[in-house]
Design a protein around this ligand. Structure first.
Ligand code: FES
Length: 105
């Protein structure tokens, strides 16, 4: 598990980006925490810099929205989902369990 921050450090409507490889962002949607790969699958934009609307994050570059629950884009230009990751809260701290990279078929 990758440590993120204290539970109180991400307020509702906010995101925290982890600058790993690849970067991952954790979003707080009305107290529910979601983690996804931070980089848009269309081009090189940070989704943590986008606009949160419920469980949708809008890419700041070309406005594709991704569902934080599934990682799927809701419309073009992005077509490929971002990975979603499990979020664990233990003793007041947030952790991310990084999902495996999907196999290329
Ligand atoms: S970079 Fe995200 S939609 Fe183009």
């Amino acid at each position: 598990m990758i440590p993120v921050c204290a539970l109180g450090d991400i307020h509702p409507g906010e995101a925290v980006r982890l600058d790993g490889e690849p970067p991952i962002s954790v979003f707080n949607v009305d107290g529910e925490l979601y983690a996804i790969d931070d980089t848009c699958t269309h081009q090189d934009a940070s989704l943590a810099d986008g606009w949160l609307d419920g469980c949708l994050i809008e890419c700041p570059l070309h406005a594709s929205c991704f569902d934080l629950r599934t990682g799927k884009p809701t419309g073009p230009p992005a077509k490929v989902p971002v990975r979603t990751h499990q979020v664990v809260v233990q003793d007041g701290h947030i952790y991310v369990v990084v999902a495996p990279v999907p196999a290329v078929t």
